[in-house]
Design a protein around this ligand. Structure first.
Ligand code: NAP
Length: 405
């Protein structure tokens, strides 16, 4: 019987996951509030899987260590065993992790993404009816952001002002390439490659095709940085013509209306898109962005629909994926059973969709919507809602379970 099954790994064949009924899924509970959030999220996931499958399917969760817990137990913030586990089982989920200050590791999240080459950071932003919002029609925003996850500022190349490296690099740039840089400047480098841009944009376009969404927008600052940001835009249009000619049309080639069934590929300058998602949100569905633009844009979009407590994310590569909250560890609320677990719960929804368990994903979304409609919500939502009852993290999870579809 599956209830006793020790579980089996998810495998990957011909570009597709093969998911057993009892998949082993590694989890990292996270630091600070991560502990409360993970406990609540797991309860919702287990209940939704059991309900959607009539008890036939079950997740076999496998804890794997990272962050403070790993450091305490192993002396290492990101043990090699963790990377091996995620590699072996391919799909994992994590709570937020503390960024060690002054340690040898820049950010655990960035390290995990780079080591597994999780090149697409995917962040859907949608509105749940009844969630407080600073805009008049939050329901008009329904976007999914595909943010490049390995290049641009995440490549992490920068040198401190006054360091030997920075001065040597400046000497080369000024002496050989006639660049103008003040003496003793700090220098950062943001690499963009055709390979990196195209594989990310391909995922965004494929998503629009699969979900029959009408537009993909390339977000860039190419008016100023022509060979990095501008190239991102140009490679995007090129890719659409080379690989998706049948299914897409570029905005410049539209004569009147977009032909039926074609995905419109357009581009917007980074500063303009912040205005567009506020004033004309219905014109945007899929956004493909370089690393830094996407980070800003996804938080700004999340704010329109209720803030970071409700913002899920996924880091996806070819045959590997880690799903995670987009917020941090909120350490001042650690172990108080207080914060909103919505971000990890919605990351779980993305994970189940990624694995093809759409029935489970749909059930959780209905459960979350039910709890919000009943106005039994955590403090962050309750403080902005009229007549809401503030409930702890654990009770919010119970309320979601009560309303599972
Ligand atoms: P944060 O943990 O995101 O918290 C900032 C504020 O956001 C909180 O004080 C709270 O606002 C609100 N918030 C965050 N999560 C919430 C939730 N689940 N429910 C309700 N409200 C929530 O940011 P931080 O304090 O700047 O960062 C703390 C640590 O997390 C740092 O070490 C940072 O490096 C790390 N971090 C990790 C990740 C990750 O693992 N992916 C991402 C970002 C930051 P109110 O006080 O207004 O209630």
């Amino acid at each position: 019987m599956s209830a006793q099954s020790p579980g089996a790994p998810i495998t990957y064949q011909d570009g597709k996951y093969v998911v057993p009924d009892t998949p082993i899924i590694p989890f990292i509970e996270g630091d600070g509030t991560g502990r409360d959030i993970w406990r609540a999220s797991k309860k919702v996931f287990d209940a939704a899987v059991a309900k959607a499958s009539g008890g036939k399917r079950r997740i076999v969760w496998q804890e794997t260590l990272a962050g403070e817990k790993a450091f305490k137990e192993t002396g290492n913030w990101l043990p090699e065993a963790t990377l091996e586990t995620v590699k072996r089982y391919r799909v994992g989920i994590k709570g937020p992790l503390t960024t060690p200050v002054g340690g040898g590791i820049r950010s655990l999240n960035v390290a995990l993404r780079q080591l597994l080459d999780l090149y697409a950071c995917v962040r859907p932003v949608r509105y749940f009816d009844g969630v407080p919002s600073p805009v008049k029609r939050p329901q008009d925003l329904d976007v999914i952001i595909f943010r490049e996850n390995t290049e641009d500022v995440y490549a992490g190349i920068e040198y401190q002002a006054g360091s030997r490296e920075a001065d040597r690099l400046r000497d080369f740039l000024v002496g050989e390439l006639k660049a103008r840089i003040r003496e003793h400047s700090a220098i950062g480098i943001k690499p963009f490659s055709e390979f990196g841009a195209k594989r990310l944009i391909a995922r965004a376009i494929q998503h629009a095709i699969d979900k029959q969404l009408p537009t993909v927008t390339l977000v860039h600052k190419g008016n100023i940085m022509k060979f990095t940001e501008g190239a991102f835009r140009d490679w995007g249009y090129q890719l659409a013509k080379e690989r998706f000619a049948r299914q897409t049309i570029a905005e410049a080639d539209v004569n009147g209306t977009v032909p039926a069934g074609k995905v419109l590929i357009k581009d917007r300058i980074a500063d303009s898109i912040f205005q567009q998602v506020l004033l004309r949100p219905k014109e945007y569905q899929v956004l493909a962005t370089p690393n830094l633009n996407g980070d800003f844009l996804s938080d700004a979009c999340a704010a329109q629909v209720g803030g970071l407590g409700m913002a899920p994310g996924a880091n996806i590569g070819d045959g590997y994926a880690i799903f995670e909250a987009t917020h941090g560890t909120a350490p001042k609320y650690a172990d108080q059973d207080k914060v909103n677990p919505g971000s990890v719960i919605l990351s779980g929804v993305m994970m189940f969709e990624h694995l093809g368990w759409n029935d489970v994903a749909g059930s959780i979304v209905r459960g979350l919507q039910g709890a919000i409609t009943a106005k039994h919500v955590t403090y962050d939502l309750a403080r902005q809602m009229d007549g809401a009852t503030t409930v702890p993290t654990s009770v919010f999870a119970d309320k979601i379970v009560e309303h599972l579809g």
